[in-house]
Design a protein around this ligand. Sequence first.
Ligand code: FAD
Length: 116
Amino acid sequence: REQKECPPDSELLGRNTWAFLHTMAAYYPEKPTPEQQHNMKKFIALLSMFYPCHKCASHLREDLKTNIPETCSNIKLSDWFCKLHNSVNVRLGKVEFDCSKVLERWRDGWKDGTCD
Ligand code: FAD
């Protein structure tokens, strides 16, 4: 029988969106062209306009007024998203993630081989 899945709440939507955003940042070019950098900034601005959790989108728009995305490499962009995610973690009372491990979490797998 067909399984009836329900629409995502803000938690499931958030988990899935973070997985996408951190993975996208990890696989962003090491040396992006000016056009790629421009488009990534635009993408983030558009995300803040259309993200379908209105409270979250509004927080993001507020944040982006002073916190400019760092788009000059995959490492910089990953670090920027990690810090952005940590600011949400703090707001929600969650533990902060160690941003030195962001590429292990989202691209390379843990150094101890857990994901091999
Ligand atoms: P999540 O926070 O979804 O994290 C998923 C996984 O990412 C974690 O298990 C961990 O392995 C990894 N991770 C955790 N922190 C980091 C980090 N800093 N860098 C890299 N990886 C990390 N919810 C609200 O209630 N209010 C808001 O204002 C709000 N704003 C949001 C804004 C955006 C742009 C997004 C994408 C989501 C937002 N959310 C908001 C949702 C919220 O951030 C969580 O996704 C949701 O609460 C589910 O949390 P979780 O504990 O399952 O883990």
